[in-house]
Design a protein around this ligand. Structure first.
Ligand code: ZN
Length: 98
C-alpha cells in the first residue's frame, strides 16, 4: 500500500516554496504517475488529507504543535521522540486502517 498526501501544489507554488514544487513535477508524479504504476502493479494507492498529519502524536494522538522546520516530533504527553516525517507517516497509516 502507498499513501500520498493530497497536496495542492498550485497553492504551494504561490506560497513560501515558490515555483519549486511545479518545477520538480511533484504534482504529476503524485497525481498521475504513482497512481498509474500502483494500478498496474495491483498496489493500493490512497490519497490522504494532509491537514494535521504533521501535528499529531502517532502514539497517543495528542497535538504536538510545530512548524515544518522542526524535524523532530517530541510528545510531552507520551514522551515519544521521533523524526517528524516518521511520526506523520504513522499518523497517516493508522488513520487509514493500517
Ligand atoms: Zn503522544
Amino acid at each position: 500500500m502507498i499513501f500520498g498526501e493530497d497536496l495542492e501544489f498550485r497553492m504551494m507554488a504561490k506560497g513560501m516554496l515558490g515555483q519549486h514544487p511545479l518545477d520538480a513535477g511533484w504534482g504529476q508524479f503524485t497525481h498521475q504517475i504513482l497512481p498509474g504504476v500502483c494500478f498496474k502493479r495491483e498496489v493500493y494507492y490512497g490519497k490522504v488529507d494532509p491537514r494535521g498529519t504533521s501535528q499529531d502524536c502517532p502514539d497517543c494522538g495528542a497535538k504536538v504543535k510545530k512548524d515544518l522546520s522542526v524535524r523532530i516530533s517530541h510528545c510531552f504527553e507520551y514522551g515519544s521522540i521521533k523524526p517528524s516525517a516518521m511520526a506523520a507517516a504513522q499518523v497517516i497509516s493508522v488513520g487509514n486502517g493500517e
